[in-house]
Design a protein around this ligand. Sequence first.
Ligand SMILES: [Zn+2]
Length: 305
Amino acid sequence: MLNLNRRTVLAAAAGSLAARALPAFAASPYAFKHGAFEVTVVSDGHLVLPTSFLAPGAPPAERQAILNAAGQTGDQYQSPTNITLVRSERDLILIDMGSGDRFIPSAGKLWDNLKAAGIDKAKITKVVFTHGHPDHLWGTVDELDDLVTPGASFFVAKAEWEFWHGEDATRGLPAERAGFVTGARRNYAAIMAKVTLAKAGDEIVPGLRLIDTLGHTQGHVSLELAGGEGVIVAGDVLTHPLISFQHPDWKPIADHVPDQAIATRQKLLDRLATDRSKLIGFHLPYPGVGLVERKDGAYRFVPAP
Ligand SMILES: [Zn+2]
């Protein structure tokens, strides 16, 4: 007898749409070895954002020059979304979950792209979130609010969890983004029974630990892979390939605590340029992997070959 629950009906509907367009990301994803770890960067697609989000308070002529240099002269620009997957001896660890299907149509491609790369999401054992914005968190649940990776345990910075569940969440955001709070709470609710509230210094697995990078949000964290010069998965500390490096003191609209975000950005850039750690930037051009060099009193991003 057919068991026609809502899920099978939805799956059937999705199947009938398909002779299926090719996955958005058919090529093999960018991957590299780091000691015993294998690191893969998979695209979740991209966001389409108003260009006015990019440091609206910066000096207009300098701002225009850098937008010209970035080829971002229209009213909107595309911001890539890169998800990092770390394979250790025992675990398959995803860092952030992408946008899912309720944020923006050009994003939420992670699961298709993982599948196209031959990676089974059912094998993901751990998920770590850098912060609670939609493009990092809303892919946690599917269209029925069920977990996409039911086999995983989850790690959220305690300060981030408390921020999104507290009264300051709506007070700290522009009114048009109140939906961010609803969405964060919906996705966090789904992981409630499986979440560990973590803090800077905590290890997810031996050699992979959280570091504080506060300011983009109240509890924003990055991840550090030990060994060699190290790898930093920086979340949204550095969100633009030119502005974040040449003008770390400019204020992108998405930073919740702008002055703290600036201090964090400068500290991380100084560290990356000094230690020569590899950077993975969530919103840098795919795969967002590269090194940071000092240049003209500031920095520049040098994409990995
Ligand atoms: Zn983001």
